[in-house]
Design a protein around this ligand. Structure first.
Ligand code: ZN
Length: 137
């Protein structure tokens, strides 16, 4: 078990309109999304694309209170978060807390694409929202 971030799991990109985002990324990457999923607890509708070994997640707000709606209001469409794969999310959350990062959730929560996730405050990470994710088994 390694106690560090293993690799970039995906990039999350905020879009106003998931259908338009899907059409754009299908043109860009040359492949359609392989999955769409609503995560109601997060107020998002997501789609996932593969570019070789890499993954792109598009996120659309499902309501005006959604963090994605607020992000787009402030910063416009574009890269919303960088997600890193971890092997032991609870251990990484402890480690990063000790390093002084603020966690946006105290316990891992169920995210899209069958993952346990935790977000770090963007202010502690140079302006980028960081997601940790671990495969849910
Ligand atoms: Zn994500």
């Amino acid at each position: 078990m390694s106690h560090h971030l293993v690799q970039i799991e995906h990039l999350g990109i905020a879009v106003k309109d998931l259908e338009a985002g899907n059409a754009l990324y299908t043109k860009l990457l040359g492949v359609p999304p392989y999955k769409e999923e609503v995560v109601e607890s997060e107020g998002v509708r997501t789609s996932f694309f593969k570019a070789g070994p890499n993954k792109i997640e598009l996120l659309e707000a499902t309501n005006p209170e959604s963090p994605i709606a607020k992000f787009i209001e402030k910063r416009g469409e574009g890269i919303h978060h960088v997600a890193y794969a971890v092997e032991d999310i609870a251990a990484e959350m402890d480690r990063l807390k000790r390093e002084g990062f603020r966690l946006l959730n105290d316990a891992p929560k169920a995210g899209a694409d069958n993952k346990w996730v935790c977000f770090l405050h963007p202010k502690d990470a140079g302006g980028t929202l960081i997601e940790l994710c671990q495969e849910r088994s």
